[in-house]
Design a protein around this ligand. Structure first.
Ligand SMILES: NC(=O)C1=CN([C@@H]2O[C@H](COP(=O)(O)OP(=O)(O)OC[C@H]3O[C@@H](n4cnc5c(N)ncnc54)[C@H](O)[C@@H]3O)[C@@H](O)[C@H]2O)C=CC1
Ligand SMILES: CC(=O)C(=O)O
Ligand SMILES: [Mg+2]
Length: 611
């Protein structure tokens, strides 16, 4: 998360925010320093710092290391009785001391990931107005569209922001319209960018576009903090989103824009509109497509299914479902030389009315149309429910993005198993309670043969006396690396070729391909290194397409990796240097300007100096 907007605006330390090593300069002292989460070290301030920054009398006397602070914070975390209490505790640590927050998670990544992300973050979002203590992030209001520029102006200058995550709150995870509570999904995604790809936490901006809400419960809740009116649509909505994008482009011309959890009728439309104009990404469409395709590639390596013959059933053909289908379609075309139209025929998408058919095209979204099948092939066959479609199609792969818990019933799974030896089954709906099936059931119903990955984390399943790890198929393994590549290359656009480059990097990291386990996807503990590989591929693809605005990108692969790693932020205390308040910002702008060559130069220089 970014520092307080005012700090950023005044550039107290902003001129060094891009750097990942060396001294941090600040004019803050005393309580103001302790209240700055980016700079605060709490009991970790050294004796000299306590002297220089006038901290005497404000801290207990013992100077402690970050490791000791992590131990204390972990004990406090562990004493919280349930996951939502743990989630709230983590939010409060983040608002006090960002280095401690990230270090604590890094040390307990597997345990804490589900608490700060799906599934617990979903619960926190549903209870946003009840749990609210402190505003975090940028709240934009559709009734104040004329003020969007001024409101965003609070968050600093062109060079202060690398990455913006924005949500309009209409389709949060699988829990629907959450109105202004969506700010928490923007924040959670940014936390993952920092944790998993070293995106500098002070150079990010979480945004919610408050368009009203159709969530009756929220509208009737006196604690609800957002606009208490029905969700806007049509021209009013488009004008608001358009104004926001224009302001981003003007105010933060080099920032990369990540759209999260927009509704079915807007997500794809907005992505298609802005992809040719700015460097933007829709995580639910593209991030989910990437990670799922990589998992399928690994599964086919295990079961030997060929792309030319593979049949896919997508259950829930919304934003994520069609995003995945698009990636699969392109992969089939690429692997087999078929046209994309022909490739699309291997995919059978099932939504509320059943199989998508050409005769129903009028009721389909533009993203669904490529998957509508000829009615003639289905004459006399049932196609209005999942089981009937599975019976007819005999799929090798079954993917759920429907938000319908239990939709992959015993009957459906046993039917699938009759026709294929090792069925690939991915229940991807989040949070956990919405999964189309539980991994343990999938193992039990297929005699342990199913190749499974899930949208939220699950504990290992027990089968035949053995414990089997379940891979998490969540876009969190791909979007951080893509964002890192986009930010470092300062790519002008993010066309499909850059997404394909990311899939290639991810696909090669599956434990089952590397011979390091049975997992179809790497687990979160190694994700920082995976992000380096994804970023490398994305940067190289941007350079190949001539899209990189950063011109000092090393050509040599090893050097490029080092260049990427050097610019990744990690959680450790850096020495502080007191500077005069007056003139600090002028100095700051002078040092960084908009020149990325000098920016990188200054990072290297500082790193060198600290060695
Ligand atoms: N694992 C991951 O990385 C990701 C998982 N997801 C999950 O996927 C789910 C869907 O998300 P979105 O695509 O954004 O939502 P969406 O609302 O765009 O799509 C859901 C689709 O499911 C369909 N559906 C609902 N009930 C159905 C039923 N009874 N039978 C057949 N289809 C039905 C809807 O009509 C809609 O087309 C959510 O639970 C979300 O958390 C989304 C993005 C990433
Ligand atoms: C993971 C994610 O982006 C979702 O469930 O919406
Ligand atoms: Mg999402």
């Amino acid at each position: 998360m970014s520092s307080h907007p005012k700090d950023s605006k005044n550039l107290k330390y902003g001129h060094l925010a891009l750097s990942t090593s060396g001294k941090l300069e600040t004019s803050l002292t005393g309580n103001a320093l302790l209240r700055s989460p980016y700079l605060n070290k709490g009991s970790g301030f050294t004796k000299e710092e306590r002297e220089t920054f006038q901290l005497h009398g404000l801290l207990p006397s013992n100077v402690q290391t970050l490791d000791v602070q992590v131990k204390r914070a972990y004990a406090q975390y562990s004493s919280r009785q349930d996951d939502i209490a743990k989630n709230t505790f983590m939010t409060s640590i983040k608002q006090q001391n960002e280095v401690l927050y990230y270090k604590l998670i890094q040390e307990h990544l597997k345990e804490m990931f589900p608490v700060i992300y799906t599934p617990t973050e979903g619960e926190a979002i549903q209870n946003y107005s009840g749990l609210f203590r402190k505003p975090e992030g940028c709240y934009l209001n559709i009734e104040d569209v004329d003020r969007v520029e001024d409101d965003m102006d609070q968050w600093g200058h062109a060079d202060d922001v690398d990455l913006i995550v924005v949500s309009d709150g209409e389709q949060i995870l699988g829990i629907g319209d959450q109105g202004v509570g969506a700010i928490l999904i923007s924040i959670a995604k940014l936390v993952i960018y920092t944790l998993c790809a070293g995106i500098h936490p002070s150079r990010t901006l979480p945004v919610v576009l408050d368009c009203g809400t159709n969530n009756k419960k929220l509208l009737e809740d006196e604690l609800y903090l957002g606009l208490r009116q029905p969700r806007a649509s049509g021209d009013k909505y488009d004008n608001f989103v358009g104004t926001f994008v224009d302001v981003c482009r003007k105010r933060y011309p080099r920032a990369y824009l990540h759209f999260e959890d927009f509704g079915l009728n807007n997500a794809r439309r907005i992505l298609d509109k802005y992809t040719p104009q700015i460097a933007c990404f829709n995580d639910d469409v593209q991030g989910t497509g990437c990670v799922t395709l990589a998992a399928i590639m690994a599964a086919f390596h295990v079961n030997g299914v060929k792309w030319s013959e593979a049949r896919f059933v997508m259950f829930g053909a919304g934003t994520a479902g069609t995003g995945i289908a698009d990636q699969i379609k392109d992969a089939i075309a690429h692997e087999t030389g078929k046209s994309t139209e022909e490739a699309g025929r291997q995919i059978f998408a099932v939504d509320k009315p059943g199989l998508l058919l050409k005769s129903k095209e009028k009721g389909l979204t533009p993203a669904q149309i490529p998957y509508a099948h000829d009615d003639s092939a289905w004459e006399g066959k049932r196609h209005d429910d999942l089981l009937s479609v599975v019976k007819e199609v005999k799929p090798h792969v079954l993917i759920g993005t429907s938000t319908v818990p239990g939709a992959f019933s015993k009957e459906v799974v046993e039917e699938m198993s009759k026709h294929v030896d090792r069925p690939v089954i991915f229940p991807l709906s989040n949070p956990t309670r919405l999964h189309e099936a539980k991994p343990q059931d999938l193992f039990d119903w297929t005699e342990g043969k199913a190749l499974v990955a899930t949208g939220s984390p699950f504990p290992p399943v027990q089968y035949d006396g053995k414990e089997v790890e379940i891979s998490e198929c969540n876009n969190s393994v791909t979007f951080p690396g893509i964002g890192l590549g986009a930010v470092l290359s300062r790519t002008r656009l993010l066309p499909p070729s850059l997404i394909v480059a990311a899939v290639k990097a991810l696909a090669s990291t599956a434990p089952v391909l590397k011979g390091t386990g049975a997992g179809l996807l790497p687990d979160v503990t190694g994700v920082r290194e995976i992000s380096v590989q994804i970023a490398k591929n994305v940067i190289q693809a941007a350079v190949k397409e001539g899209l990189n605005q950063e011109k000092e990108i090393p050509e040599d692969e090893d050097e490029l990796e080092e260049w990427i790693r050097e610019q990744m932020w990690d959680a450790r205390y850096r020495e502080l240097k007191l500077i005069e308040d007056e003139g600090a910002s002028a100095h700051a702008r002078g040092e960084l300007g908009t020149n990325s060559h000098r920016r990188l130069g200054s990072i290297r220089h500082k790193r060198h100096m600290t060695k």
